[in-house]
Design a protein around this ligand. Structure first.
Ligand SMILES: [Mg+2]
Length: 259
């Protein structure tokens, strides 16, 4: 899950100032965590500590009110009786990477990803986006090849993952829908050589940089199983103790599960 958070942190400075190159300062001192980190933590906290998704997401979002939430979500955060609003925004996809870490079989991961999405993003594309990311994390950490991951995500979700980044990049711009950003974020992972390269790929698309790098980073961490210490240290320095605590709880859980 650190991979998702690292992607968000590195993409933060390019969300509204897009770039079309992989050649940029990754450890930029201006980087900060955004809503993608807060909501990723909220879903993980909910799963590990038995909290209701609605309660957990509202509580975390209220603690970090200025983290960059979308319009409808900002309203939902403070509703007394919050209802899903048929969203297909990529918020469902960026927040659910812990589902792929905390459950071990495809059916459970798909069901849980749907549950994590449908409290807000109950449009079919919103649910698909979450499922694709959570399943991608599961497949990566289980040792599937990139080809296997690509084929499965194409088959299950009807995503076209055949394009190359250099074909997508020239015409691509900010798109915060699941269907317009999740496939591209998956391709950024598929075309990468390692974790850092994956995050650079995602940001270089010049789209919704923090959210796409969050999704790409989640997939890359699960697949490569290695995030350089320098990156880890940089990201940790930008988190708050309560965010760090949830991250550590998940690390411990997944370490135990692996051994
Ligand atoms: Mg954001």
């Amino acid at each position: 899950m650190l991979g998702a958070i690292a992607g968000d942190v590195f993409g933060s400075v390019y969300e509204f100032d897009p770039i079309k190159t992989k050649d940029f300062e990754l450890l930029n001192p201006e980087c900060f965590f955004t809503d993608d980190t807060v909501m990723t933590i909220a879903v993980a906290d909910s799963l590990m500590n038995g909290l209701d998704y609605v309660e957990s997401l509202q509580t975390w979002a209220q603690k970090y009110p200025g983290a960059g939430y979308g319009g409808w979500f900002s309203k939902w955060i403070n509703e007394v009786y919050p209802e899903p609003y048929n969203s297909f925004g990529n918020g469902s996809a960026m927040r659910c990477s812990s589902v792929g870490w905390l459950f071990d079989d495809e059916i459970t991961v798909l069901k849980e990803a749907e549950k994590s999405a449908e409290i807000t993003h109950n449009h079919p594309e919103g649910i698909k986006g979450a499922q694709a990311v959570a399943l991608g994390v599961l497949l990566g950490r289980k040792g599937c090849s990139k080809n296997e991951i690509k084929e499965k995500l194409e088959t299950y979700f009807d995503y076209d993952l055949s394009q190359k980044l250099e074909q997508i990049r020239p015409e691509y711009g900010f798109d915060e829908t699941c269907q317009g950003s999740v496939p591209e974020a998956i391709i950024a992972f598929l075309e990468s050589a390692d974790f850092e390269d994956a995050v650079r790929n995602a940001i270089s698309l010049g789209g919704d940089a923090d959210t796409q790098a969050c999704i790409t980073g989640a997939l890359a961490e699960a697949f490569y199983k290695h995030i350089p210490d320098e990156i880890e240290d940089f990201v940790y320095k930008r988190l708050t103790p309560e965010i760090e605590a949830v991250l550590e709880q998940l690390r411990l859980r997944t370490r135990i599960d692996i051994s």
